[in-house]
Design a protein around this ligand. Structure first.
Ligand code: HEC
Ligand code: HEC
Length: 286
């Protein structure tokens, strides 16, 4: 039929490809960075955060970390709300990345307290024993240079005031990278929206069981000790030696959902068995 009429075939093939191109390329490009794409709550980086971003680029953090969460169930469960294009309007160049030797950082802001980041950057192994992330403690020795920053601002046409630039004096590259980490992913109020809801009755399935307490200790050492201390005596987080103010169900909820405005991350991803083992370790160990 058509394949024997070369001119008609050519025209039809071109039309088909053109429709495909318009739908998958032209329209999305026309939408990106238009009003349709803007998100009110997404604000530009502060001068300090922008400096942190430059350190991030210089150190090649994006060779090990991506900054975009795909709309897939497993990713959203692990990292949080998937990335929206409007969240990247102030990223030039964008740092989506393509390699995840370490976890995605698109929603790292607010996940940990500042103090955690300082310690983790100084020595990742102090917080996560098996990590292969390099130490960056030396960043504290590099002070920020307000003059250099002013020149960058002029070239890139960033809207920082003289006061904001002056405020950078006395800060170092470590302060900048931590500020940048705390900004990432906070342009939309997703943490409040995503707070996990626990449905049904909470009944401790292993109350006081010795095996569960022992298993809970191992889970504690791997996930909690970096912030609450090896012996529960507290460090970045409060001490957990006396849990008498809590009951099993409340403790379960704290561990499962975290304390989002207090710097305690949620541990729903451990699964309910491990969370109950933790509850038994904290409440019923000898
Ligand atoms: C060689 C690869 C590598 C490089 C380079 C690297 N990281 Fe990491 N990073 C990791 C790995 C692996 C982890 C997971 C274990 C851990 O927390 O250390 C991680 C974890 C993190 C975390 C904690 C993420 C979370 O959700 O717990 C942050 C924040 C982080 N890296 C920031 C940085 C920054 C900033 C840089 C650049 C200055 C950097 N990383 C460079 C491999 C790397
Ligand atoms: C990134 C550091 C961090 C990690 C990891 C962490 N916590 Fe916390 N945790 C905190 C901080 C900070 C608070 C205080 C939050 C607040 O009260 O605003 C806290 C509070 C708590 C509380 C409430 C105690 C109180 O007196 O208010 C419990 C219980 C708790 N954490 C248990 C755990 C358990 C169990 C784990 C491991 C699964 C864990 N935490 C892992 C930082 C952490």
């Amino acid at each position: 039929m058509w394949e024997k009429k070369p001119i008609l075939f050519l025209l039809l093939a071109t039309a088909t490809i053109l429709v495909g191109t318009i739908v998958t390329m032209v329209l999305p490009f026309a939408w990106v960075n238009t009003e349709h794409d803007r998100i009110e709550t997404v604000t530009p980086y502060s001068a300090l955060e922008q400096e942190g971003r430059d350190v991030y680029i210089r150190e090649g953090c994006n060779n090990c970390h991506s900054q975009t969460i795909r709309p897939l169930v497993a990713e959203v469960l692990r990292y949080g709300e998937y990335s929206k294009s409007g969240e990247f309007v102030h990223d030039r160049p964008f740092l989506w990345g393509s390699k995840r030797t370490g976890p995605d950082l698109a929603r790292i802001g607010g996940k940990y307290p500042d103090e955690w980041h300082y310690k983790h950057m100084d020595s990742p192994r102090a917080m996560v024993p098996k990590t292969n992330m390099p130490d960056y403690g030396w960043l504290t020795e590099n002070s920020l240079d307000p003059d250099m920053i002013r020149r960058k601002m002029d070239v890139l046409d960033f809207p920082y005031t003289e006061d904001e630039i002056k405020a950078l004096a006395g800060k170092n590259e470590m302060d900048a990278i931590v500020a940048y980490m705390q900004k990432l992913g906070t342009g939309i109020p997703w943490r409040e929206a995503a707070a996990t809801e626990i449905v049904g009755e909470l009944e401790n399935p292993f109350k006081g069981d010795a095996a569960a307490i022992a298993a809970g200790k191992a889970v504690y050492d791997a996930n909690c000790a970096a912030c609450h201390g090896d012996d529960l005596s507290g460090d970045i987080g409060p001490e957990l030696t006396d849990m008498s103010a809590y009951d099993d169900a409340i403790l379960y909820e704290i561990i499962y959902s975290g304390i989002t405005d207090g710097g305690m991350p949620p541990f729903a991803s451990l699964g309910s068995t491990k969370v109950w083992q933790l509850v038994n370790f904290l409440m019923y160990r000898e």
